[in-house]
Write a protein that binds this ligand. Structure first.
Ligand code: RIB
Ligand code: CA
Length: 316
């Protein structure tokens, strides 16, 4: 039986990499994409999610997410990382289909209630939709199979500030709510997502094997490489969001520590994930190591076949 997942996402270049990898993975059934602000606005994230699904002929629901963080004022989208429309310099395109009439939170709650214990939510953007789902119907903690998050870091390290990772920093209050809830959470943070990297040659390979989808990612990735090179001096990119999907499909590639996590919601360390020192918070599986060679190969192997799998899907 396929693993059912819903990807909560702010597409976003590495979101697109993760989503196309998931669409190409026959072990997964992506029953929905829920959109959130972060790399782009929520409206653009919804549009981009629809576009990714249509590009791969993948029939899935796209449900629109929250427009602003729970409490803190919204930050501007990360257009300097992902481009104004989300996919580098690739122009916006209007999808043929439309989004679901339900909110992301409602879709998450109803989907999990309809298939108790079967659905993993993989959140690769700010956690506002997950916090909204907890408020809407707290029985989601019982109905969901597990929650896997790309966000945070276990060691003292950040990518927006010295100690805060972008997805957590964009809505720290929502993230703390998610870490405080009594559900099965895995945190895939910068400790592992920055260890798995791909190069322009990797994306040229994907474009040669899958000209449509790999070609799209290869073109979008140019902007992403520019950003990484400006930060690290090296023309390679971190595989943040694909790592979270791989933690579901290929868990054996990761090592974990199991500890309760809290988020700093105020002050100069806002957005930092840290050990929770109180009582009664359910421990989180925190990814602390990764077989980065195997993770990169898995990503490339799956996306290399994306066009042929999408053609088979289209043919029915
Ligand atoms: O910090 C990396 C995360 O922030 C990724 O999910 C990326 O897509 C951005 O949202
Ligand atoms: Ca993302």
């Amino acid at each position: 039986m396929k693993n059912k997942i819903i990807i909560d996402t702010d597409p976003g270049i590495d979101d697109a990499m993760a989503i196309h990898m998931a669409f190409a993975d026959q072990r997964l059934d992506v029953i929905g994409l829920t959109s959130i602000f972060g790399n782009v606005t929520t409206n653009r994230a919804t549009r981009n999610a629809l576009r990714l699904a249509e590009m791969a002929h993948y029939r899935t629901i796209v449900a629109p997410g929250e427009l602003v963080p729970m409490i803190r004022a919204p930050e501007p989208p990360a257009d300097f990382v992902h481009g104004a429309e989300g996919f580098g310099t690739i122009p916006a395109a209007t999808p043929a289909g439309g989004a679901d009439s339900r909110s992301a939170a409602k879709f998450l709650c109803e989907s999990c209630a309809a298939a108790p214990g079967e659905i993993t939510i993989c959140a690769v953007g700010p956690l506002t939709n997950l916090a909204a789902a907890l408020s809407l119907d707290s029985s989601i903690v019982r109905d969901v199979k597990s929650v896997v998050i790309m966000g945070g870091s276990y060691a003292y390290h950040g990518n927006v500030t010295g100690c805060a990772e972008a997805n957590i920093w964009n809505d720290p209050d929502a993230a703390d709510r998610v870490f405080a809830a009594d559900w099965d959470v895995t945190m895939v943070g910068l400790d592992v997502t920055e260890r798995t990297q791909c190069t322009p040659d990797d994306f040229a390979f994907l474009a040669s094997r899958s000209p449509h989808i790999g070609g799209f990612l290869n073109e979008a990735a140019i902007f992403y490489f520019d950003f990484h090179q400006s930060k690290t001096g090296i023309r390679s990119c971190f595989m943040h969001d694909p790592s979270a999907i791989l933690a579901i499909t290929d868990t054996h590639l990761f090592g974990f520590e199991v500890v309760p996590i809290a988020v700093v919601c105020k002050g100069k360390e806002i957005g930092r994930t840290r050990l929770y020192e109180g009582q009664g918070r359910r421990p989180v599986k925190v990814a602390t190591s990764v077989d980065n060679v195997a993770a990169r190969e898995k990503f490339l192997g799956l996306v290399a076949n994306a066009d042929s799998i999408s053609r088979m899907r289209k043919a029915g």
